[in-house]
Ligand binder design. Structure first.
Ligand code: SF4
Length: 165
């Protein structure tokens, strides 16, 4: 998989101490994106899922995995394997996506739907500069939602988590 960066002990990409995997490559081109150097799918560096998983699992303080980017759902198959590894080791899994929950659920590829179904939490939607905020936890703009994925799949509609907690 192509990787933009890996961060241990992140406290800004979800609750607790998190291993944040920033994938390389994003098709959304949101104006004002905070990580424009992550857009080129040929950029970053190549790592195997096993190499990323080894980094994920080497820190016993880690509470969860956050998939960010870049666009994790553009590398859904590899991100799914990483998410499954995290769950197998008792870690929760959050992911960001520039696509909405409804788009991924209804129009995603088989691999994208499988990744969605594996998640605990999805922070969805593109970054909208006009709705930029520093006030909301885990989100860069007010349109983005912190979604309880498993509850949402059961309910048939997006179930948000108040204040991301
Ligand atoms: S989805 Fe995220 S990484 Fe991609 S352009 Fe939008 S803000 Fe940037």
């Amino acid at each position: 998989m192509r990787i933009f960066g890996l961060v241990q002990d992140s406290i800004v990409d979800g609750p607790g101490f998190r291993f944040s995997c920033f994938v390389q490559g994003c098709p959304h081109n949101c104006p004002g994106c905070h990580n424009p150097e992550s857009h080129d799918p040929a950029g970053g560096r190549e790592m195997t899922v096993e190499e990323v998983a080894a980094e994920l699992l080497k820190n016993p303080m880690t509470d969860g995995l956050t998939l960010s980017g870049g666009e994790p759902f553009a590398q859904a198959a590899d991100c799914l394997r990483l998410a499954q590894t995290a769950h197998a080791h008792g870690l929760n899994v959050w992911s960001y996506s520039g696509w909405t929950f409804e788009h991924l659920r209804d129009h995603g590829s088989g691999e994208q739907k499988a990744l969605l179904q594996e998640l605990d939490v999805l922070v969805d939607g593109p970054f909208l500069l006009a709705e930029r905020t520093l006030r909301l936890p885990w989100r860069g703009s007010g349109n983005q939602r912190v979604i309880d994925v498993q509850a949402s799949l059961r309910a048939g509609e997006a179930v948000t988590i108040p204040d991301g907690c």
